[in-house]
Design a protein around this ligand. Structure first.
Ligand SMILES: N[C@@H](CCC(=O)N[C@@H](CS)C(=O)NCC(=O)O)C(=O)O
Length: 189
């Protein structure tokens, strides 16, 4: 059996949860108390962070993007990268620049800083989505999964306003059971 060391409140772990659900893969979820982490977690990830994905055969993978990419290569169906190489590249660019495009602004609000920068980032994402259905283009995929955990949490915690294109994108994503399940996780935090 596969194991995911995870935490409900962790949006990085949510990326792995959503990707696993989209692939229809069963796994044992081991919830980690991030305020009192077990020492053995550092044996699986020297940084002591979740998510960590582990297979019976011995493969141990930290880092949410690495886990998502591995799942995509190991279990190609259903595909979570678009067929078009340019759209894939665009999706990877969005994951690569996640901190600049959303993450840093989100965590600034978590630290109690004003929401202005986060509102600006959300407006940028709204503009990106004006011209496309999904973050990397025409098809749903890892770029969407890479961003939606923070959008769900920003709505729940900071009551942010989403522009119309971002709002439509979220509606499309929430029609997917894997993303709807993550909204339930957030609602129960
Ligand atoms: N780059 C990592 C970030 C993971 C991360 O920061 N996880 C947080 C919880 S959301 C954590 O474990 N924090 C504990 C720590 O940083 O010590 C990834 O993408 O998986």
């Amino acid at each position: 059996m596969t194991t995911l060391y995870t935490a409900d409140r962790c949006p990085y772990a949510a990326r792995a949860r959503i990707a696993l659900a989209e692939k229809g893969l069963a796994y044992d979820a081991v919830e980690i108390d991030l305020s009192d982490r077990p020492a053995w977690l550092y044996g699986k990830n020297p940084l002591g962070r979740v998510p960590v994905y582990e297979e019976d055969g011995g493969l141990v993978l930290p880092e949410s993007v690495v886990i998502m990419e591995y799942l995509e290569e190991r279990y190609p169906e259903p595909a979570l990268w678009p067929a078009d190489p340019a759209e894939r590249a665009l999706g990877r660019l969005l994951l690569e620049r996640f901190d600049d495009l959303l993450g840093d602004a989100y965590y600034a609000v978590r630290r109690g800083e004003p929401r202005e920068q986060l509102d600006g980032r959300l407006a940028e994402l709204d503009r990106v989505l004006e011209g496309r259905q999904h973050l990397s283009g025409r098809e749903y995929g890892l770029a969407d999964i890479g961003y939606v955990p923070w959008i769900l949490r920003a709505l729940d915690r900071f009551d942010v306003d989403l522009g119309p294109a971002l709002d439509d994108w979220l509606e499309r994503l929430l029609a997917r059971p894997a993303v709807a399940a993550e909204r339930e996780v957030v609602a129960a935090l």
